[in-house]
Design a protein around this ligand. Structure first.
Ligand code: C2O
Ligand code: CU
Length: 470
């Protein structure tokens, strides 16, 4: 069994009572407006309190003074300029997770750019083809910089305004804090975590806040953009009573589906856009919960104010406008290049050796180098890509999760369809223990791209590879 600090929520229980009286708006600050198309993101050290009564603020990382950073709202199919300034004492780089953009803007140090040195800046030009819910995060030592808070939400706005009463961001994160609510440094980089489920935390926040309260009006129809920005925790969220639909996954619209059991499971980096009809009465408070094994943790509340007459209540929402991605036809007359991806390693795994930097090593030696995961027998980056294909090639990644742990496999620069979810486009697929999936995509974006596990400790410990589109 995984040995992790049990999520006790001592802090939570205290706060849930304290917060009942607060009416703080959890909505994040918005860094952009549609008129301007150039923004600045400054990576900085920040100190902040998770709870007002904590003795000293925790030392974290953020953008423009907060974690998560500002919500970036970019226009679809227009160039936005984002200048990232590195005011940290260490290098960094920013990856725009899920955007199908130019390779040179993908933010992967050592592959698409040099890391941004302290005191330097980098100008990212983003021309996102698809509207939807995305996020941005450090891609330099991401297991460390994300754990410390270097991430934010990125929204690409639909060209026509959508008919929702509110458009809310719900970025859920998982921190490992000590008893004084300081960032837990002692367990940092623990090989034990790396070989198990990654750095699982013991403290959950939504939009960086502890048990925030969203202000809603009874009768409203709300779009809720849920993003799992945790390093490693797979989150199962349960939403309050009332009709709920999913209208997009990993940014990409789908035919709205009612969610009968009101729960959603997201691997790290996955997103879901939900439509919630706020049916509770004015004065009510209802909560969003995270289910962790046998525990039910309250992570955010909706507080219902006066009411509004809502004509469409209980009727399925209309679908979001299709993206250019939806023009890709994966079904007819395609001959797929089949690319096996066998995921091996970790605690209780059967991996006995793997090739790391050209050398065949036994598991002990691998562990000494911090490498405990492999794809097709290779731990970490290889000289040769997993595959190299001309632009337009249809590729099927045949992923076999042949070990004891769940993994969230993320493909850069492309969306794919998972054989287990026909018709749904994703950029990150969750594979539980012993699961297999075919991830089908058209390799149509030229350049060198990463594929890796988004349990960031697994990525750091070897579960990563790359491909090239020529
Ligand atoms: Cu969200 Cu390679 O990352
Ligand atoms: Cu993994």
């Amino acid at each position: 069994m995984i040995k992790q600090k049990k999520v006790t929520r001592r802090q939570f229980i205290q706060t849930s009572m304290a917060t009942a009286a607060s009416t703080a708006m959890p909505q994040l600050s918005i860094a952009a407006n549609n008129a301007s198309q150039s923004w600045q993101l400054e990576a900085v050290e920040i100190s902040r309190r998770f709870e007002p009564q904590q003795p000293a603020p925790a030392k974290l990382l953020g953008f423009n003074g907060s974690t998560p950073g500002p919500v970036l709202r970019l226009p679809q199919a227009k160039v936005s300029e984002i200048r990232v300034i590195n005011s940290l004492a260490e290098p960094t780089a920013v990856h725009w997770h899920g955007l199908r953009i130019d390779n040179a803007m993908d933010g992967v140090p050592g592959m698409t750019q040099d890391a941004i040195a302290p005191g330097e800046s980098f100008r990212y030009l983003l021309n996102p083809p698809d509207a939807g819910t995305y996020w941005y995060h450090s891609h330099h030592r991401s297991w460390e910089q994300l754990a410390r808070g270097l991430a934010g939400v990125l929204i690409v706005e639909e060209q026509q305004a959508q008919d929702f009463d509110q458009d809310l961001v719900f970025a859920i994160d998982d921190w490992r804090l000590d008893d004084d609510l300081q960032f837990d440094e002692t367990s940092f980089g623990s090989l034990h975590d790396w070989a198990h489920g990654g750095r699982l935390g013991n403290y959950l926040t939504v939009n960086g806040q502890t048990l925030p309260e969203f202000q809603v009006v009874s009768g409203q129809r709300v779009r809720l953009r849920v993003i799992n920005i945790a390093n490693a925790r797979v989150m199962t969220l349960r939403f309050p009573e009332g009709p709920i639909w999913e209208i997009a996954k990993d940014g990409q619209p789908l035919t709205p589906q009612p969610i009968e059991d009101r729960t959603v499971t997201l691997a790290p980096a996955q997103r879901v856009d939900l439509v919630l009809d706020m049916t509770a009465a004015p004065g009510d408070v209802s909560s969003v919960e995270v289910l962790v094994r046998d525990q039910v943790l309250e992570v955010a509340d909706f507080r219902y104010h006066s009411s509004k007459r809502q004509e469409t209540m209980n009727e399925a929402p209309s679908p979001l406008p299709a993206n250019p991605l939806h023009q890709i036809d994966l079904t007819t007359g395609r001959d797929y290049l089949s690319v096996p991806m066998k995921l091996e390693g970790g605690a209780m795994g059967r991996m006995s050796a793997a090739i790391h930097q050209g050398e065949s090593l036994g598991v002990r030696e691998l562990a000494r180098k911090g490498q405990v995961w492999a794809i097709n027998g290779f731990a970490g980056m290889t000289e040769q890509p997993l595959f190299r294909v001309p632009k337009g090639t249809a590729v099927s990644l045949e992923v076999n999760n042949n070990n004891a742990w769940p993994h969230g496999i993320h493909v850069h620069g492309h969306h794919f369809q998972d054989s287990r979810e026909p018709g749904v486009w994703r950029d990150t697929a969750l594979l539980n223990r012993a699961e297999t999936a075919s991830l089908r995509l058209i390799a149509d974006n030229p350049g060198q791209w990463l594929i890796h596990c988004h349990m960031l400790e697994h990525q750091a410990a070897g579960m990563k590879t790359w491909f090239e589109v020529t």
